[in-house]
Ligand binder design. Structure first.
Ligand SMILES: C[S@@+](CC[C@H](N)C(=O)[O-])C[C@H]1O[C@@H](n2cnc3c(N)ncnc32)[C@H](O)[C@@H]1O
Length: 200
């Protein structure tokens, strides 16, 4: 019998190791992590394999849950909890208090309004001193910094007018309002960034 096809993203395969190297700087390894927009679940599986004491809660919008859960359940990892629905637009967040919120490549898919709700939600649920790690491409002072990010922004807007590469300054403003202070902005491969914030 053929095994079931698992959801797959080549980008995830490429970036999961560089992201793990940054996570290793900030995680002690025994935290409760809430992931927003888990997508294929490849990040969740990879990081849980490397942090066996971590408890990881993957989430996504309702339409992505079935696919996501295929990879989560097939991993058989005991520190990876079954995926649950979290759409930041609905403002209904799981009743947990994570030590870490992680999200990759989701803010440029969400509308700006949804990104605002993302930060409101994070500010509400994150434990004191908890950290937020946000991976993806960014603009600085309105500048894409590379042609490939500018082209990516155009492509995103063709899919959905409300999507787009986000401004670092806008993220910083929302973070301040959510009582998050920036610890570090890591430059990552392929013109991406990994922002690390701490809840104060
Ligand atoms: C490009 S995918 C990234 C998936 C995965 N994190 C990765 O790095 O491959 C964007 C993700 O953001 C999620 N997303 C978009 N809008 C969202 C919202 N309003 N609330 C929660 N997740 C959202 C999508 O469902 C999708 O899983």
């Amino acid at each position: 019998m053929l095994g079931e096809q698992l959801p797959f993203s080549q980008a995830c395969e490429n970036n999961k190791e560089p992201i793990l190297q940054v996570l290793q700087k900030y995680l002690t390894g025994d935290e409760l992590v809430l992931e927003i927009g888990s997508g294929t679940g490849q990040h969740a599986v990879h990081f849980c394999q490397h942090f066996p004491q971590l408890l990881w809660q993957p989430t996504d919008r309702a339409e992505n849950l079935e696919n996501l859960e295929k990879r989560i359940s097939s991993s058989k990892l005991t520190n990876l909890i079954a995926a649950i629905c979290l759409d930041v637009d609905q403002e209904v967040w799981p009743r947990i208090q994570p030590d870490i919120v992680f999200t990759a490549n989701s803010l440029h898919i969400m509308s700006e309004r949804s990104m605002t709700k993302f930060f409101h939600g994070v500010g509400r649920v994150l434990s004191k001193d908890g950290k937020v790690l946000i991976y993806g491409p960014l603009k600085y002072q309105g500048d894409f910094s590379t042609e490939s990010n500018a082209n990516f922004d155009l492509w995103l807007k063709q899919q959905n007018q409300e999507s787009g590469v986000r401004d670092f300054e806008a993220i910083l403003q929302l973070a301040v309002e959510a009582e998050l202070r920036l610890l570090k902005d890591h430059a990552m491969p392929a013109n991406n960034q990994l922002l690390v914030f701490q809840h104060i």
